[in-house]
Design a protein around this ligand. Sequence first.
Ligand SMILES: Nc1ncnc2c1ncn2[C@@H]1O[C@H](COP(=O)(O)OP(=O)(O)OP(=O)(O)O)[C@@H](O)[C@H]1O
Ligand SMILES: [Mg+2]
Length: 220
Amino acid sequence: MTERDQSAGRFITFEGGEGSGKSTTTAALVTSLSASGLSVLATREPGGAPGAEHIRSLLVSGAVDRWDPMAEALLHFAARREHLEHTIRPALEDGTWVVCDRFYDSTMAYQGYGQGLGPVAVRNLQFVALGDFAPDLTIVLDIPPQDGLGREINSDASDETRYGRMGAEFHARVRDGFLAIAAAEPDRCVVIDAAQSLDDVQDAIWQTVSDRLGVTSHGG
Ligand SMILES: Nc1ncnc2c1ncn2[C@@H]1O[C@H](COP(=O)(O)OP(=O)(O)OP(=O)(O)O)[C@@H](O)[C@H]1O
Ligand SMILES: [Mg+2]
């Protein structure tokens, strides 16, 4: 991880399979961090910058097999590069904390493991697109794929179903991928059991952020 300037914000990412609770808990963490007095930006991938949002629509809807896996990974990294340069890096340099719903571990898990591109290819693309830029903390929300897929979809864009339609074996590989990433990078990644109640998941997330990044709740 590149050490950020003391005055810079911290970069926290949420990762995990479909319906693991990323969007819900990202929003809750942003509320808690803001209440503790920090400047906080919530963002998500694919997307988070104008060009990246255009690319998002190419990735999250339509036929499951519409992209060759390498082309698909390149699209994710093209979007991510736009997101980093136009949104994430400027905010961090301003001292704003950035909380992101999915980041590069999703490409490793979905394209590297799920779609079979392999970890080396994805790691190489990551290095070309982002250099050594990395999150300060990554929360991996872990849940059996069928349980996550069975949760009520909490999205205003009901056509964003492409990854959800990729099948049980694909989603099992994605889950294995996230767990392998977390096991390989324990300084950056923390796995949280996302099958717990939402309150318990949120408590575990806040505990992790407090322990790892030294945030304390307002007045506490
Ligand atoms: N721990 C939990 N227990 C029960 N329900 C939960 C829990 N966490 C989230 N949910 C519910 O599950 C649904 C999916 O959550 P959410 O949209 O946050 O997941 P996600 O990881 O962002 O999904 P996606 O991958 O589709 O973007 C929502 O209806 C949410 O309220
Ligand atoms: Mg979501």
